[in-house]
Design a binder for this molecule. Structure first.
Ligand SMILES: Cc1cc2nc3c(=O)[nH]c(=O)nc-3n(C[C@H](O)[C@H](O)[C@H](O)COP(=O)(O)O)c2cc1C
Length: 180
């Protein structure tokens, strides 16, 4: 797929077929996604790929802040990426001070770039995904036993699309752009 088609056809996919996305395919997707840029090339984002149905069910039941939409999505997903980041590297000097006035916000900036790069990489291989931002990150970390010194940035359920959702409207380009 060319770049324009990839960007234009990608959708947030929240309903999946029963076919499981294999470890091999997930590895291929992440092998592509790791080409995402990062602050000072710190590459602090990690992809925790969860196939364990009990862990996914616990996240669904305990960590989604009662948000019905996300509960429904996790109820039928068989593969969940917990996107995490290594703390205190991205945006920091070696002595632990912040490099810029944005403080530690570059961590989430990089996680966002990594998340979209992952979703585009998956889409290119026929795999659907959606970035979820409504959850309790400490609870998710506890449930999956996240490595020490990392924080959960986003949840990304993954699966083969049951159907391709319609495009969601976007603002006009005129509203978004300004030239000086
Ligand atoms: C940071 C972020 C958080 C999001 N959180 C959720 C979420 O919690 N639940 C959900 O169903 N979709 C979530 N989405 C998906 C958006 O709703 C979706 O991207 C938007 O409606 C546009 O649709 P599209 O991705 O199909 O173009 C999130 C997207 C982003 C970028």
């Amino acid at each position: 797929m060319n770049g324009v088609d990839l960007i234009k056809t990608r959708r947030s996919v929240r309903r999946y077929t029963d076919e499981v996305v294999s470890r091999e395919l997930m590895t291929e997707i992440i092998d592509l996604a790791k080409n995402a840029p990062s602050w000072k090339n710190t590459q602090t984002v990690r992809y925790n790929v969860i196939y364990d149905a009990e862990l996914i069910a616990r996240i669904k039941d305990e960590a989604l802040l009662d948000f019905e939409g996300n509960i429904k999505t996790l109820a039928q997903c068989q593969c969940l990426v917990v996107l995490s980041q290594v703390n205190k590297r991205c945006g920091y000097e070696r002595d632990g001070s912040f490099t810029t006035s944005k403080g530690d916000r570059w961590e989430m900036f990089d996680a966002g770039i990594a998340a979209q790069t992952f979703c585009l990489s998956a889409w290119e291989k026929g795999v659907g995904s959606v970035i979820l931002g409504i959850f309790d990150d400490a609870k998710v970390a506890d449930i999956i036993g996240l490595a020490e010194g990392q924080t959960v940035a986003a949840l990304i359920p993954v699966g083969f699309p049951k159907f391709t959702p319609d495009a969601v409207p976007r603002k006009s380009t005129e509203e978004l752009i300004s030239f000086k």
